[in-house]
Design a protein around this ligand. Structure first.
Ligand SMILES: NC(=O)c1ccc[n+]([C@@H]2O[C@H](COP(=O)([O-])OP(=O)(O)OC[C@H]3O[C@@H](n4cnc5c(N)ncnc54)[C@H](OP(=O)(O)O)[C@@H]3O)[C@@H](O)[C@H]2O)c1
Length: 309
């Protein structure tokens, strides 16, 4: 990407989009195009058509999506399927129509079958049933990957797809019901500390294994792949390292400084037992994460404190 190229970062206020935006700024890109969802509702086909015709972006990072944790995914099943399909259909199709040079579509590790062997290799896509709680979201994301590949095959578009593992970092969502596990734990432990609670009760058994990547590392990988990867199929982005939810909770408890007890509510759903990315393809391409979990959680907690206390 030339330094003066017109680059549209869709979803630039979100955790991922804002990290990509910061990364591009740091690399010296000065012609970045952004729209909030209030300015441009990407579900609206005519609005997206008009925007692409007027703005004529040369490169697109598609980081706008309806995103949430287990509860939100399971409760708003229709919205997650409909809104994500609309957003990606409109952006991918208009990118093709207006001759965008390259587009990156962001999916997520929940696209892989629930019981796929671990670690998750890119070729396990569509080899088994999905996790029920986030199936609508995953189906939309799988459609996005297949769309990028289909436009490459039929129209020779340079559209690529990346699948990040669980992310956390600056501008994360700390909503009490609709957030992902790591930010939800930061909030819970922080509130328990402030309220001097005796214990923190955590959803599920604490035994599932999860992998986490700092969002700024993801943005670094996205930039790297935008510059170096031009093929069909997906690329996993993660650390290749995981830990139990219990160990994650203990780490956050220490960083936040909560001194009470930690208990688990096994009546609540655990989700997929293990979700670790195989990142050998990414490593072979020449990229590896830089921010380790403890350091990243400390940075995320500082960001949380600056906005929520
Ligand atoms: N968070 C994770 O752990 C994670 C993990 C793997 C993959 N991902 C992927 O990364 C991408 C972004 O996730 P995120 O965590 O950054 O989400 P986020 O913080 O919730 O941000 C989503 C962004 O999408 C925009 N958006 C939503 N609906 C829109 C609409 N109808 N029209 C226009 N813009 C709309 C929002 O814009 P406004 O702010 O202007 O409303 C927001 O900035 C998603 O594709 C997700 O699947 C995330």
């Amino acid at each position: 990407m030339e330094k003066n190229a017109k680059i549209y970062v869709a979803g630039h206020r979100g955790m991922v989009g804002s990290a990509i935006y910061r990364k591009l700024q740091k690399e010296g890109y000065s012609n970045l195009i952004t729209r909030t969802s209030a300015e441009l509702d990407l579900r609206n086909q005519q609005a997206v058509t008009d925007f692409f015709a007027a703005a004529q972006p040369e490169y697109v990072f598609l980081a706008a999506a309806k995103v949430g944790g287990i509860v939100a995914n399971n409760t708003y099943r229709a919205d997650f399927l409909y809104e994500n399909l609309c957003i990606q259909n409109n952006v991918i199709h208009e990118s093709y129509k207006t001759g965008v040079k390259k587009l990156m579509f962001l999916g997520s590790s929940c696209i892989y079958p629930k019981l796929a062997p671990q670690p998750l290799k890119e070729e396990y896509l569509l080899t088994g049933l999905l996790e029920e709680t986030n199936e609508p979201y995953a189906i939309a994301k799988i459609a996005g990957i297949k769309m990028a590949d289909a436009y490459r095959a039929q129209y020779n578009c340079n559209f690529i797809s990346v699948m990040p593992t669980n992310l956390y970092g600056y501008n994360d969502n700390y909503h009490p019901q609709n957030s992902h596990v790591l930010p939800a734990l930061i909030r819970k432990f922080h509130e328990a500390k402030v309220n001097q609670s005796a214990e923190v009760n955590i959803w599920g058994s604490g035994t599932p294994m999860r992998e986490f990547l700092f969002a700024d590392d993801l943005a670094d990988a996205c930039y790297f792949l935008m510059e170096n990867y031009n093929e069909q199929g997906l690329v996993n982005i993660g650390t290749g390292e995981d830990l139990t939810i219990k160990d994650l909770a203990l780490l956050i408890k220490n960083i936040v400084g909560f001194e009470g007890a930690l208990t688990f509510d096994s009546s609540k759903p655990d989700g997929t037992p293990r979700k670790l990315m195989d990142v050998s393809k990414l490593h072979a391409l020449g990229w590896k994460h830089k921010v380790e979990l403890e350091e990243g959680i400390k940075l995320a907690y500082q960001d949380f404190l600056s906005k929520h206390s």
